[in-house]
Design a binder for this molecule. Sequence first.
Ligand code: DQQ
Length: 516
Amino acid sequence: NSMLLWQRTAFHFQPQKNWMNDPNGPTYYRGWYHLFYQYNPASAVWGNITWGHAVSLDLVHWFYLPIAMVPDHWYDANGVWTGSATILPDGRLAMLYTGSTAELVQVQNLAFPADQDDPLLLTWVKSESNPVLVPPPGIAPKDFRDPTTAWYVPSESAWRIAIGSKNDSQRHAGIALVYRTSDFLSYELLPGVLHSVAGTGMWECVDFYPVSTESATGLDTSAATGPGVKHVLKASMDDDRNDYYAIGTYEAATNAWVPDDPEKDVGIGLRYDYGMFYASKTFYDPVKQRRVLWGWIGETDSERTDLRKGWASLQTIPRTVLFDQQTGSNLLQWPVDDVETLRSGSQEFSNISIPAGSVVPLDCSTSGGAAGRGVLGPFGLLVLADDDLSEQTAVYFYFVRSTDGSISTHFCHDELRHACHPALLAADIVKRVYGSLVPVLDGETLSVDHSVIESFAQGGRTCITSRVYPTSATYGGGRLFLFNNATGVDVTAKSLKIWQMGSAFIRPFSEHDSVS
Ligand code: DQQ
C-alpha cells in the first residue's frame, strides 16, 4: 500500500480522492486561477459527474474548494458535463456546460456566479432559461456536447461558440457547429459548420483560439483576426481518445476555418501529446499574457486498482502554448514557468560521452522499444529506474535513415519495463511504447513526478505523457541513467541539467488563507 501511496503526485493537480476527468472552465478571475474538473464525489471510477473546483495564485499551488455544480435539475440529472468560461467585457463571467438530461439527451446550460464580487466563485446559479440549447435537427441526442469559450465578433456585436458533434451521413465526419448569441440565453445556429473531417467521428471538447504568428505572447480568445493571427482548432477524438489540433485561417464572415495543410487536418495530423492525454482545454491568462493548456491524464492501470487506491487521474502541468515561428507549422508547448519555483539543488553535467551500447548512471538521486538496437539509436534517459535497472521508463530518441539518405528523428517513451514487482499491480497495467516524429533534435525538458512523466522535445514541438507505476523505484530510490543502445554511433550529451522538484501544496482552502 505504501507503493500506492507513493503514486500520489507532488506537483500535478489531483483531487484529494475519487475520480477526475476533463478540465473544465479554466479561467483567471479577480486574482485567482480557477480550475473546475469533471469529478465523481462518490467513487474512483467515472459516474455521478459534478464540477470539482480548485483555485491557485500561481498555477502551481492549489486550494480545493467545495464542489461548484452538481446534477440537481432535469437538464443535468445525468451529469454536469464539460464546459467553458467566458469573461465578458464588463468583467462578469458566463459558464456554459453540457448537461446530460434525465433522458440522456445532451443539452447546453448556462450558469453564472451567485456573487460576481466573490473572487473564489464559490456559489453558482443555473439559469432559469436552461437548457439554452438542445440538439438541432439532424444531430443525434448523444452527439452534442462541450461548448467552447465564446469569442466576440465586433462586426455583429455578438458572440459565437462552437460545439462538437458528428455527422454519420457524411462518412462519419467529426464536426464543429457554431452558434451566435448576444446574451448567452438565445442562440442562432450558423449555416454550415466551422469545420468537418470525414472519418474522424465524434469531436469532444472542441477548443478554438487565436495564436500570434509574430510574437511569443498569447492572445485573448476574442482577439481580432487578420495578418499575424492564425487560429488553432482542436478536438478530442472519441474514437481514438487523443487530442488533435491543426493550425489554420478563420473567417468569421463565412463561418469557416481552413487548415493550412489539409494533410495535417484535425484528427489526422498533429497531436498535442503522443501519450496519455485527453479532453484538454486552453484559457487566456491576462496576467502573463499567455495561453495556457490543461489536459487530463488518465490511468493505465485497472479500475480495480483505482478503487483500491481510492483515486484516479491527474491533470498535466499547465502548459504555455505558442505558435512555432521557426517551423510555421506546429505549436510549441512548455510547462508554465511558474513551476520553476519548485526547483532546487540543480546539478549540471556536460559533454558526457555515451559509447555505443552503454548505460551511464547519473550521480544524483531521484524510466521492446528502448531495448532494441539499431545503428543510429535508441539513446536517451532512463528515469524512475532502480539500481539494477530491472525497473525503468526510457525516454529516448532514435534516428531513421530512409532509402533516399534523409534522416528523421523519433522521440519516444518506453513504458514496457516499469512496475516490475511480480507480486504487484504489474499485471493489470497497460504498458506501451509511445512515439512520434520530431523535427530536428536539440533541447528537451522532462518532468518526473512519482507516477507521471511528461516530456517536451525540441522546445515543445513534440510532447509525450506517460503514467507509470514504479514498484521499487519509489521513495527516493528512483535513479536516472543515460543510455545509448545504438550499435553504430557514440553519443555525447552536450549538457544536462537536473533539478530536484519540491512539492506544491494542494490542499483544502481554510479560513486562514488570505483572499486577495
Ligand atoms: N467527458 C465529459 C463529456 C466529454 C467527455 C463527460 C470527454 O462532456 O465529452 O465526463 O472526456
